[in-house]
Design a protein around this ligand. Structure first.
Ligand code: IMP
Length: 424
C-alpha cells in the first residue's frame, strides 16, 4: 500500500477527519506532521461523534499505530485530557501512540502571550484558536523552545522557562505580579507530567523509516488547510506552521521520495474561521443557510465559520503547492436545497481577470469573484453511495470542478457517517 498524504485544500475544516478515517483502513500507521491542538478533526462512527485535536484520527482504529511528529507543537495537558477522554470511551492507546522526543511543547505562557498579542492587535487580530500555537512556533524558531525530551532534564527545563519568561517580559509585564508568579509555577508544573510522557516518546523518524523499509503503509494526516500555511496561505491571517504536503518531510523526518501520493480534501463550498480575506464569502442570507445546513461551527472553538462559494482559484493554488493527484469532495449534500450554486473561476481586480492565486491581501480583499452559475438539484442526496444515483445537476457540478481542476474526484462525501460516501 502506498504512503499517502491527506491535505486540506482550503482554510481547514474541509472534513479531513472523515476522509482520513476511511483511508486508515488501508494504512498501518497514521502520522500527524504539523499544527497542534488548534486542529479539530471530527469522525462519526455509527452514533458516536469523536473530535480529535492532537491525536491522529487513526487512534479510533484498533491495531493502527499513531505517530505525532516533531513538526507538531504539543500541549501536554491537552494531550492527556484527550487521551483520558478516549479511555472513557473504551479506545485503547497503549503501545499505539508514539510522540517525537523533539516535538516542541506549548507552554502555559504561550496562551497568555497569544491572548495579550491578539488584544494588542485590536482590529487586525488574527482570530486565532487561542491554543498558544503561534507563540510556541515562534519560540521554536527563536531557538528557545522547550522540547518534549527536556522534561527529563529538570535543570534545563527550569532554565528555559526562566529565560523565556525574561525574554517575554515586555509583554507579560502587563499581568499583575501574582498572575505572573502563578504562570511561572504553572509552567514549571509541566515537569510533573514526565512519568506519563516517558512511555510515549520515541525517535519517530527512525521508527517511520524502519516501517517504510518493512513496506508498511503510512497515512500522513494533515491539519488545517493550504490557505492557512504560513508560507503559502493568506499571511498573516494564517496559522504559524507549514500545513502543506512539504511539511510531511520536515515534520516527521522522512524523505520526499517516501511519499507516493497526495490527496486533497475540499468542501463543495468554502468556509473559514477567524479573520482574513475570503473573496467568495457570502455575508448575507446565503452564508447563514450554508452555515446552518453544514453545521459550520468550529470543532475546536465552537465559533461560527464564515461561509461562501467554492473557489477554484484557491483550489488550483492548493493543487500546485501540494502536488495533489486526486480529490475528496466533501459535504456535497449541504448544497441540496439551493436553487442556484456558484463557483468562482477567477477574480476581477482593477479591470483585469486573475485566474491564479495572489498572496497580496489588497487584491484578495478587494477583488470581485467571477462566477459560473449552476442550477441547483433541489433533491436530497444525503447518504447517496452511488455516483450514478446523483441527480444530473449534481453530477454536472462535480464534473465541472473535476474538469476545471484537471484532477480526478475519487471520493464524494454525502453525510458525516462512514458509509455516506461515494467512491469513484
Ligand atoms: P492559530 O492556528 O490558533 O494560530 O489560528 C490562526 C488562524 O488559523 C485562525 O484564523 C484560526 O481560526 C485558523 N485555524 C487554525 N487551526 C484551524 C483549523 O484546524 N481549522 C480551521 N481554522 C483553523
Amino acid at each position: 500500500m502506498p504512503n499517502r498524504v491527506v491535505v486540506g485544500m482550503q482554510w481547514g475544516d474541509e472534513g479531513k477527519g472523515k476522509i482520513v478515517d476511511l483511508l486508515t483502513e488501508e494504512a498501518d500507521i497514521i502520522a500527524r506532521y504539523s499544527g497542534g491542538a488548534n486542529a479539530g478533526h471530527t469522525v462519526v462512527i455509527n452514533e458516536d461523534r469523536f473530535i480529535l485535536h492532537l491525536i491522529p484520527t487513526g487512534i479510533l482504529h484498533e491495531r493502527k499505530i499513531c505517530v505525532i511528529g516533531n513538526g507538531v507543537v504539543i500541549d501536554l495537558k491537552h494531550l492527556f485530557s484527550e487521551l483520558e477522554e478516549l479511555k472513557k470511551r473504551d479506545i485503547r492507546f497503549q503501545r499505539r501512540l508514539l510522540i517525537s522526543q523533539s516535538a516542541h511543547l506549548v507552554m502555559p505562557y504561550h496562551k497568555v502571550e497569544e491572548r495579550l498579542e491578539e488584544e494588542a492587535r485590536g482590529k487586525g487580530r488574527i482570530g486565532s484558536t487561542g491554543r498558544g500555537i503561534g507563540p510556541a512556533y515562534q519560540d521554536k524558531m527563536a531557538r528557545r523552545g522547550i522540547r518534549a525530551m527536556d522534561i527529563f532534564n529538570p535543570r534545563l527545563f527550569k532554565q528555559k522557562v526562566e529565560w523565556n519568561l525574561k525574554v517575554k517580559d515586555d509583554l507579560l509585564s502587563a499581568l499583575p505580579e501574582h498572575e505572573l508568579i502563578a504562570l511561572k509555577n504553572k509552567s514549571l508544573d509541566v515537569l510533573k507530567l514526565n512519568r506519563k510522557v516517558k512511555p510515549l516518546l520515541a525517535d519517530v523518524s527512525w521508527f517511520l523509516n524502519q516501517s517504510i523499509k518493512k513496506r508498511k503503509s503510512i497515512l500522513f494526516e494533515g491539519a488545517q488547510g493550504t490557505l492557512l500555511d504560513v508560507d503559502f496561505g493568506t499571511y498573516p491571517y494564517c496559522t504559524s506552521s507549514n500545513t502543506t504536503a512539504g511539511a510531511v518531510c520536515t515534520g516527521l523526518g522522512i524523505a520526499p521520495s517516501a511519499i507516493d501520493e497526495v490527496i486533497g480534501v475540499t468542501k463543495a463550498y468554502t468556509t473559514r474561521v477567524g479573520n482574513g480575506p475570503f473573496p467568495t464569502e457570502e455575508k448575507g442570507k446565503l452564508g447563514k443557510i450554508l452555515q446552518e445546513r453544514g453545521n459550520e461551527f468550529g470543532a475546536t472553538t465552537g465559533r461560527p465559520r464564515r461561509c461562501g462559494w467554492l473557489d477554484l482559484v484557491l483550489l488550483k493554488h492548493s493543487l500546485r503547492i501540494n502536488g495533489i493527484s486526486k480529490i475528496a469532495l466533501t459535504k456535497l449534500d449541504v448544497l441540496d436545497q439551493l436553487d442556484k450554486i456558484k463557483v468562482c473561476v477567477g477574480y476581477k481586480y482593477r479591470g483585469k481577470i486573475l485566474t491564479e492565486f495572489v498572496p497580496d491581501l489588497r487584491i484578495l480583499e478587494n477583488c470581485q469573484p467571477v462566477y459560473k452559475e449552476f442550477a441547483g438539484w433541489q433533491k436530497t442526496i444525503g447518504g447517496t453511495t452511488n455516483f450514478k444515483k446523483l441527480p444530473e445537476r449534481a453530477k454536472r457540478y462535480v464534473d465541472f470542478i473535476s474538469r476545471k481542476l484537471n484532477t480526478l474526484i475519487f471520493m464524494i462525501s454525502t453525510g458525516d457517517k462512514r458509509n455516506q460516501t461515494i467512491r469513484l
